[in-house]
Design a protein around this ligand. Structure first.
Ligand code: ADP
Ligand code: MG
Length: 745
């Protein structure tokens, strides 16, 4: 048996198992062993049903009876009910809005149920209990004597403590038959339960297999950071006898994951440093003139960023820089200066023409906006600027007027880009299609794009033997640990200063009874000619047949309601992700021309949209968004020196929700909010590790700056000593397998 063997070599799987395991991304034995528990439940602390009192949080063990789902039309949510019976009695179970529960469990199923005892003493029930199927053989364990004090101590600790275990792992594991006190609870999918995982993993996690596992992480590194070996960690993570062991194991896997990502980044960085790039002389007076011609004085942060970028581009090595700055911090001016320096250069050895630059934006709306602003920035320079998007191409200036741009055919545009007559090309992804060929592409600027890797850059090189410089820009505030991890190959510059004169946005949390008043405040702005956004969490009304229908405001219904009941005298339109790019463009155009007063939208307006006259935002269901995301959303209304307002309306008004939202009035910038998201809501709320191919355990590691820094330091050191993994073949192989799973590029 090898780890790469498919599951079917070790298990007889039903179709239901297969499809559930596929959903969880588990295909071979290794995937199974790397399917880590989401938590552990402790045996020996179950209550008896007789004698429960309201308000208690309890864990019960018993069998299910008479589960059924009723649709209660008054409440508009389905209610499932049933009973749990143990030797002492029986209690009602009740779930709201989880109709599938009744279908998942048969009568007589043995379960652990945890939840809060609710109701009156005569009519008790367990509200929304969590169920875990268990095996009859596991029941005995639950009645085992309670845990000893050492274990209690280690359980009270949280986070990832440093220590591994002084005992060798075979001592603790093969001393066997002292069964684990802790029950691993796994992320499940319909068809495979935690019980299934416990059995399956116990079946393969035995000595012969474990002895054959080679640990890819060098022993010296494990020793230095006191991390358990792979074999030990696998046992400890699935079948811990003590929580301390499970924690040490999780710490190892977290380190492992970040280490591999860092290895990939470090290798990329090293390879790139050997490449040639265009040497761009930024001392030219044209660049200084360009900066002086800004319609504003550059902030100190902008000047610093410009200086660093120009220095990068002068070095002859490809620049790889990430410019991170809050919405409105003025990234465009910095990018424009880099463009200016680039297109001011002649290609080496040529008498005519200039180097070229490409500027890529994530949406057509933004690409068009940038085209317009670059026309202004380069007003005084005799420079052609092209725009390429899925729905059309433009060139500035037009033949007839130096002030106007003109639509041109794609073929014509591509011809001019290929012969170098258009030095600056702005566009969406259409920009990096194969057919777009530059003559001397020296700089690529990527706006609001989270990753753009060496691979794509090399694809753009075409005839050149030199790699273009890369300036990546983002307003997505992410915590430092995440930045170090996913952007490990980039140099980082922060624009941590806003242009002067910006009034801090006034952010208010609106109470239920304050809604009307908030609308009046919006009306006040509308009356003096400003515009407003209303953000809703959903596009459409929930489908009542869907089990998970959210009871949240939808763009379509809310727009209709506002028009009918609140703002009949104003023009209202909608914007959401299911509209075609053309529809979105046309709505945005109407909004920027002020033909629309109120734009009701989903969070699609989050990215980059710039309508200076919009000064108010009302956010429905604010608790559904992360702090960093709310911050970005409200950034849409701080585009000018007008006072801006943001009203947050939360449907759930728990103290925790309010506390979280209040941070929006106190935090200094988006980065601070991102850190708070990480601490308060956990890594799951950072926009999802899935997006980057990082697992839950890896995301968990991001709370731990020391761990991330250690993984990065070790990866850099290892790559610079042994780039080809000649001394670490197992590590090299494992990296090759994993690199295919990162979705960084
Ligand atoms: P972002 O960083 O979000 O891309 P932009 O580059 O779009 O920000 O800039 C936002 C607005 O601020 C633009 O209207 C821009 O002209 C203006 N701006 C940029 N830098 C300054 C500055 N130093 N002083 C005043 N206004 C500025
Ligand atoms: Mg921008």
């Amino acid at each position: 048996m090898r780890l790469s063997d498919p599951l079917s070599t070790a298990f007889r799987l039903t179709e239901a198992h297969k499809s559930a395991l596929r959903t969880l991304g588990i295909t071979n034995l290794k995937d199974l062993l790397y399917h880590f528990p989401s938590r552990y439940e402790q045996a020996g602390c179950e209550a008896a049903i007789a004698g429960l009192t309201p308000g208690q949080e309890v864990v019960l063990v018993g069998t299910l009876e008479r589960l059924e789902t009723k649709k209660s039309w008054q409440r508009r949510v389905p209610v499932s009910e049933g009973y749990l019976r143990d030797q002492s009695g029986r209690i009602k179970l009740r779930w709201f809005n989880q109709p599938y529960i009744a279908k998942m469990y048969m009568d007589g199923t043995l379960v652990r149920a945890s939840g809060r005892v609710t109701g009156s003493p005569e009519k008790l029930y367990l509200a929304n209990p969590q169920l875990q199927k268990i095996a009859a053989t596991e029941v005995g364990l639950f009645s085992k004597a309670s845990i000893d004090s050492e274990q209690k101590n280690s359980m009270e600790k949280s986070g990832l403590p440093g220590a591994g275990d002084p005992r060798t792992f075979s001592e603790s594991f093969f001393a066997e038959n002292a069964p684990s006190e802790f029950f691993a609870i796994y992320p499940e999918s319909r068809g495979v339960t935690s019980l299934w995982f416990r059995h399956a993993i116990a079946k393969i996690l035995h000595e012969p297999l474990l002895e054959k596992i080679e640990d890819p992480i060098p022993a010296a590194i494990l020793k230095k950071y006191n991390l358990p070996t792979l074999g030990a960690a696998l046992v400890w993570v699935h079948r811990p006898e003590r929580l301390k062991d499970a924690e040490a194991a999780r710490k190892r896997f977290a380190f492992e994951e970040i280490f591999f990502i860092q290895l990939a980044r470090a290798r990329e960085r090293l390879q790139l440093a050997r490449e040639q790039s265009f040497t761009i002389d930024a001392t030219s007076s044209d660049v200084q003139k360009f900066i002086a011609a800004f319609p504003f004085a550059a902030t100190r942060a902008q000047k610093r960023a410009i200086e660093i970028i120009l220095k990068d581009m002068q070095s002859g090595r490809p620049m790889s820089r990430l410019l991170e700055g809050d919405v409105g911090s003025g990234k465009t001016a910095v990018a424009a200066t880099a463009l200016c320096a680039t297109v001011g250069m002649r290609p080496a050895g040529q008498k005519v023409g200039t180097l070229q630059a490409a500027y890529m934006a994530p949406t057509e709306i933004l690409a068009k906006q940038h085209f317009e602003s670059f026309i202004k920035y380069f007003e005084h320079a005799p420079i052609n600027i092209g725009l390429i998007t899925g729905s059309g191409c433009y060139k500035f200036p037009s033949k007839i007027s130096r002030e106007k741009s003109t639509p041109i055919s794609r073929t014509q545009l591509l011809k001019w880009v290929a012969n170098g007559e258009i030095p600056i090309l702005i566009g969406t992804h259409a920009l990096i299609e194969k057919k777009v060929i530059f003559k001397h592409l020296a700089l690529v600027v990527i706006d609001e794009q989270h990753r753009f890797g060496t691979a794509q850059r090399k694809k753009l090189m075409q005839k050149e033997t030199r790699v273009p410089h890369l300036l990546s820009m983002t307003a997505t505030p992410i915590p430092r640990t995440l930045a170090l991890t996913i952007y490990g190959d980039l140099d980082l510059t922060l624009l941590d200063e806003m242009p002067p004169g910006r009034k801090p946005i006034i952010t208010e949390i609106v109470k239920k009874e304050g809604r009307e008043q908030a609308y009046e405040k919006i009306r006040k702005e509308l009356v003096v000619g400003r515009q407003a956004y209303v953000i809703c969490p959903r596009i459409d009304e929930p489908d009542p047949d869907k089990a998970f229908a959210l009871q949240a405001k939808s763009v379509k219904a809310e727009a209709a309601r506002l028009k009918k009941e609140i703002f009949p005298e104003y023009e209202i339109d909608i914007l959401h992700s299911k509209m075609t790019p053309k529809e979105k463009d046309s709505v945005m155009e109407k909004f920027s021309k002020h033909e629309v007063d109120i734009l009701v939208a989903t969070s699609v307006v989050e990215v980059g949209v710039n309508v200076e006259n919009a000064t108010v935002m009302f956010i429905e269901g604010a608790e559904r968004f992360g702090l960093a995301q709310l911050h970005q959303l409200r950034g849409r209304v701080v585009r000018s020196t007008h006072q801006a307002y943001c009203y947050l309306f939360a449907e759930s008004r728990g103290e925790a929700v309010l506390k979280r939202l209040r941070a929006l009035s106190t935090a200094k910038n988006g980065f601070e909010l991102a850190e708070q998201d990480l601490l308060q809501r956990g890594p799951g709320q950072l926009g999802g590790g899935k997006q980057w191919g990082i697992s839950d355990i890896g995301m968990e590691a991001l709370r731990n700056l020391k761990l991330v820094e250690a993984a990065r330091t070790e990866a850099l050191a290892l790559i610079s000593n042994d780039e080809s993994f000649a001394k670490h073949p197992v590590l090299g192989q494992e990296l090759a397998t994993r690199a295919a799973q990162f979705h960084f590029e």
